[in-house]
Write a protein that binds this ligand. Structure first.
Ligand code: ATP
Length: 379
C-alpha cells in the first residue's frame, strides 16, 4: 500500500527499493509498512515496495505508454489468514494477486516467499517452490481448464509435473481431491465441457489444492458463475481454508462477500494499496475516504444512506496524478494531497491507511455524505 521507498525501511529490512510512479517519493511504513509485531515469522509471502509497470499501446501504431498496474505495494500474508482485496475495476487487484503467487514479476520491489526472495532464485527453483506451495483459482473455469483433458488428467497433471508419489498414489490423490471439493467419482472421466460451471470451478479448486499449497489466491472465483452456485463455491473455499489451514487471498468486486470471507481487507486505488483494515472495522470505521465511499455504495451493508458521491472518473493508470492518487475524486483533498503521497497512518490492530485527511472516529457516514455533496472550497 505504500510507495517504493517505505516497505523495507518499515520492516527494518534495510535497503530502499527505487522510488517509482508519479508524485513525490513516499515515506513511512505501509499498511504494508510491515506486519504487526510478532507476525513476521508466520508470513508466507510478503511484498516490499512491489510495483508493476506495463508497456501498453495507448494510441497510434508506435505510441507505447507505461501503465502503473501496481505501485509500491507492501503487504504480508500470514499462514492461515484470509486477506480480501477490493477496489474498482482496473485498480490492480489481479496484478497484486499474480505478483503474490509469482505469476507476474514485479518491475520494482521484492517478493519474499517463505523468507526467500522469489525473484533472486534460479527459475527452476522458483517454479518448483511456487508451484508446490501456492495455488491460484481464476474467474472463469471454462478458460482456466484444458478442455481436452478429463477431470482425472487435469488433477493428475500437477502431481506428474512435480513428481509426487508413484502412479497409484497419484490416482489415490486424484480421488481424494475430488472428494475434498465434492465432485462425484463418476465425473473423473468427464471433460470440462461436460460439467456445469460450478463443477468446473470445483475442478479448478481441486487442481489448485493438488500439491497441498500453503497459499491459495482466488481471483474473482465466483463472478463467472450462476448466482445459485456462488454461495456453494464460497462456502467450499471457506471450509477448505479451515480444514487445510490455508492462507487465502480473495479478490472480488463483491464487497459484502469479501468482508464476510476475510480477516483483513485491502483497499486498492489506481495501483496502490490505500488501506488495510481488519474486516470487522472496514465497513464503518475505515479511515480512508475512498474505502468509506466504496462501502457506502454497497447495498445493505450500512444503515440506509445515499452512497458518498465521487467526483469524475478514475484517472488513467498511464498518467496517474501526483501525490495521493485519489485526490482528483476526493471531497477532502487540498493542496497537500497533490504535493506528496501521504505517509502511513496507524489506527492500531493492523489497521493502516494512507491519507492526508483521514476520516475521524467522530465523523458518521451521514457527515461524509453531507461533506461530499456540499459545494467545494478547495484550498
Ligand atoms: N498486460 C498488460 N498490459 C497493459 N496494461 C495492463 C496489463 N495488465 C494489466 N494492465 C493494466 O493495469 C491496470 C491494473 O489491471 P488489473 O487487471 O490488475 O486490475 P483489476 O483491479 O484486477 O481490474 P478488474 O477488476 O477489472 O479485473 C489496468 O489499468 C490494466 O489495464
Amino acid at each position: 500500500m505504500t510507495g517504493g521507498s517505505d516497505g523495507a525501511a518499515a520492516r527494518g529490512g534495510g535497503g530502499t527499493p527505487p522510488a517509482e510512479g508519479a508524485g513525490a517519493p513516499d515515506s513511512g511504513g505501509g499498511p504494508g509498512g510491515g506486519p504487526p509485531p510478532g507476525r513476521a515469522d508466520t508470513d508466507l509471502v510478503a511484498l516490499s515496495g512491489a510495483g508493476v509497470v506495463h508497456r501498453a499501446r495507448t494510441g497510434g501504431l508506435f505510441r507505447r505508454d507505461s501503465v502503473h498496474a501496481l505501485t509500491g505495494a507492501d503487504l504480508a500474508v500470514a499462514s492461515g489468514e484470509t486477506v480480501g482485496v477490493v477496489g474498482e475495476s482496473g485498480c490492480g487487484k489481479s496484478t497484486l494477486a499474480k505478483v503474490l503467487v509469482g505469476v507476474e514479476r514485479p518491475t520494482s520491489g521484492t517478493v519474499t516467499f517463505l523468507g526467500r526472495d522469489l525473484w533472486a532464485m534460479a527459475p527452476a527453483e522458483r517454479r518448483s517452490l511456487v508451484g508446490a506451495r501456492t495455488g491460484m483459482v481464476f474467474q472463469d473455469p471454462s478458460t482456466a481448464l484444458n478442455r481436452r483433458l478429463t477431470v482425472r488428467r487435469i488433477l493428475r497433471d500437477p502431481l506428474d509435473v512435480h513428481g509426487r508419489g508413484g502412479s497409484e498414489q497419484r490416482e489415490r490423490r486424484v480421488r481424494e481431491l475430488m472428494a475434498l471439493v465434492g465432485l462425484p467419482k463418476v465425473l473423473a472421466e468427464s471433460l470440462p465441457g461436460q460439467l456445469s460451471g460450478g463443477q468446473r470451478q470445483r475442478v479448478a479448486i481441486a487442481r489448485a489444492l493438488a500439491l497441498e499449497p500453503s497459499l491459495v489466491v482466488a481471483d474473482e472465483p465466483t463472478s463467472a458463475l450462476d448466482v445459485s452456485v456462488r454461495a456453494q463455491i464460497l462456502n467450499l473455499l471457506l471450509d477448505l481454508k479451515e480444514r487445510l489451514g490455508l492462507a487465502l487471498v480473495f479478490v472480488s468486486h463483491d464487497i459484502r462477500t469479501v468482508r464476510r470471507m476475510s480477516d483483513r481487507v485491502i483497499t486498492m486505488y489506481l495501483g496502490r494499496i490505500v488501506e488495510e483494515a481488519p474486516a470487522a472495522e472496514v465497513a464503518d470505521r475505515a479511515r480512508h475516504p475512498y474505502t468509506r465511499a466504496l462501502f457506502s455504495a454497497t447495498p445493505g451493508l450500512l444503515a440506509p444512506i445515499d452512497p458518498i458521491p465521487l467526483a469524475g472518473p478514475v484517472p488513467s493508470a498511464t498518467h496517474p496524478p501526483s501525490g495521493c492518487p485519489f485526490r482528483t475524486r476526493c471531497w477532502r483533498a487540498d493542496h497537500s494531497c497533490a504535493a506528496a503521497m501521504p505517509d502511513v497512518g496507524d489506527a492500531g490492530r493492523g489497521h493502516r491507511f494512507r491519507c492526508h485527511h483521514p476520516v475521524g472516529a467522530d465523523e458518521s457516514i451521514h457527515d461524509l455524505v453531507l461533506q461530499a455533496t456540499a459545494p467545494k472550497e478547495r484550498s
